[in-house]
Design a protein around this ligand. Structure first.
Ligand code: C2O
Ligand code: CU
Ligand code: CU
Length: 533
């Protein structure tokens, strides 16, 4: 505690020295949170115990020279053997957990820089959430202990290091988490080899096969866009499949690229799950928008397909952002980052058509599982349950000194404003709006889509409204790809949009983050804390 006080005091003095006290002085401060959890608790009895070590590693990704990455190596110390599955490539092991299990994870940082792990989507106590205030240095360890409170679904873990999250995830620090429960097991969904998790990421490589990250401010503003799509940490080869039904779990693990997913033959997609678990019943969409950190689960039935055929999931064309030169010249809704200023290097623009995932039908099989008519019963959450019906907690995007912000502020490690204080065990109405036209570099007005993520429990979407009508042309290219019925922890807020959500704040007190999951934006400070208490 004394240590914390000193830290805070130092920060206070820095602020004072910079003369920014008036804006940076927090409304209230938490004084007891800087405690690195380096010891296991002796009252916690883990069902699953895992060791994760972050290390510099060399892995083969492209033909030729191997690629230097950061990688989580894992080892199962206790529990069912399927709890941890090693993945080739740079991604960390896949953790397969069961609702109700008690999990202990020993994290050892062997990187030459600080790091900390966040369990994205998992509902865990504050000290187990991987807040950047808990980052540990080379040679240190952090012990996580939590009970799996989540429903069956697909989550992930990744670095959440202060101002280094984007680069560390880019370098490889991420992995998948699946959770199963009784409700799901009763459904007999495709499992084993018929359950395929797919993590989509984009990267740039040098001629020598090394990862290349961002150059310069402009690229930071838009977020990183790579020219090579990687699948599960490797080159996008094809998945061999049989003529039957599959459950395909997709995670967009990219830093900032937003995908518009659609089948190459125009067939609709059948969705059975979102970020926080399964839907009540399957839904079909002509295409799906998948922003960074979002997950969807698809039911894909290959039974009508010819052996030898190669169905593909594509990124379809769309317009995500509007930008125009200050003074009028419009660029037909094309977003930033397209080289129309002759400055961008990446060849693969975000909004053009390209292949994301290839399947290859290798074998004909007799019968296939049938798509269930109903899936799971979801906890009902309606407007009646809201504690703050008339005063929604509002999250607004803004820009200051070339930095994207939330609620007019940049990230402050230990602070929350009084409006960011949320009473525990309430269900809050939250209004997220992205109506600002941001002033970018070189006199360019830009509005960007922001995938807004809230830590803690998953939420439901109440409404989406396009408030700024002059961009409805771009909006029509994406608007049928949003899924509004499932549990979410990340929601893509398009330029001009206002989204209302309902989020429970139950069980755990303390500082929890909310931020843009465009990782470059996050590291630039587009992140805040809310204080649950
Ligand atoms: Cu996936 Cu706060 O992050
Ligand atoms: Cu998270
Ligand atoms: Cu953003």
């Amino acid at each position: 505690m004394t240590m914390y006080y000193d830290n805070h005091r130092r920060k206070f003095l820095q602020h004072a020295a910079l003369g920014i006290m008036a804006t940076a002085l927090p409304d209230f401060i938490l004084a007891n949170d800087k405690i690195i959890n380096s010891k296991p608790s002796n009252t916690f009895r883990p069902d699953v115990e895992v060791e994760l070590i972050s290390q510099v590693a060399k892995v083969p990704i492209r033909p030729g020279t191997s690629t230097s990455v950061f990688k989580y190596y894992g080892k199962l110390l206790k529990g069912p053997k399927e709890s941890l599955k090693t993945i080739p490539g740079y991604l960390g092991p896949q953790l397969n957990l069961v609702h109700g299990q008690k999990v202990r994870i020993w994290f050892y940082n062997q990187l030459p820089e600080p790091s900390i792990i966040h369990w994205h989507g998992m509902h865990v106590p504050q000290k187990m959430d991987g807040h950047p205030m808990y980052e540990i240095d080379y040679g240190e360890k952090y012990v996580y202990e939590f009970e799996v409170k989540n429903l069956a679904g697909t989550n992930w873990y990744h670095s959440h290091t202060h101002e280094m999250t984007a680069r560390q995830i880019y370098s490889g620090l991420a992995g998948l988490i699946t959770v199963t429960d009784e409700q799901e097991q009763k459904l007999s969904l495709p499992s084993g080899e018929y359950d395929i998790p797919i993590i989509i990421q984009d990267r740039n490589f040098t001629d020598n096969n090394q990862l290349q990250y961002i150059h310069g401010m402009r690229e930071r503003m838009t977020g990183f866009l790579g020219d090579t799509i990687l699948i599960n940490g490797g080159i996008n080869s094809s998945f061999p499949v049989k003529t039957c039904a599959y459950r395909i779990r997709l995670l967009n693990g990219s830093n900032s690229r937003i995908y518009k997913l659609g089948w190459d033959d125009g067939a609709p997609l059948t969705v059975i799950g979102t970020d926080g678990g399964l839907l009540e019943k399957p839904e079909t969409y002509p295409y799906i928008m998948l922003a960074p950190a979002e997950r969807i689960e698809l039911w894909v039935d290959f039974s009508g397909r010819e052996v030898g055929s190669t169905p593909e999931l594509l990124n379809l064309e769309y317009n995500v952002a509007t930008s125009h030169m200050h003074g009028g010249m419009r660029h037909g809704g094309r977003g930033m980052g397209h080289g129309h200023m002759g400055m961008m290097m990446n060849q693969l623009t975000q909004e053009e058509t390209f292949t994301i995932i290839k399947f290859h039908i290798t074998k004909k099989v007799g019968d296939s599982l049938a798509l269930p008519k109903t899936l799971v019963k979801m906890r009902s959450l309606t407007e009646k349950d809201i504690s703050n019906p008339d005063q929604p907690f509002s999250i607004t995007t803004s820009m200051r000194h070339m930095s994207p912000q939330l609620n007019g502020r940049s990230f402050e490690m230990h602070d929350a404003m009084s409006v960011e204080k949320i009473p525990i065990n309430t269900i809050q109405r939250i209004r997220i709006s992205n109506e600002n036209k941001l002033m970018g570099g070189m006199g360019m007005m830009m509005s960007m889509a922001h995938p807004i993520h809230l830590h803690g429990q998953q939420f439901r979407i109440l409404s989406r409204t396009l408030k700024v009508k002059d961009i409805s042309n771009s909006y029509t290219t994406v608007k049928d790809g949003f899924i509004s019925n499932g549990w979410k922890d990340t929601v893509l807020v398009m330029p001009g949009e206002e989204i209302e959500i309902l989020k429970p704040f139950e069980d755990y007190k303390g500082l929890f983050l909310y931020h843009c999951h465009n990782l470059e934006h996050e590291d630039m400070g587009m992140m805040r804390n809310f204080y649950i208490g």
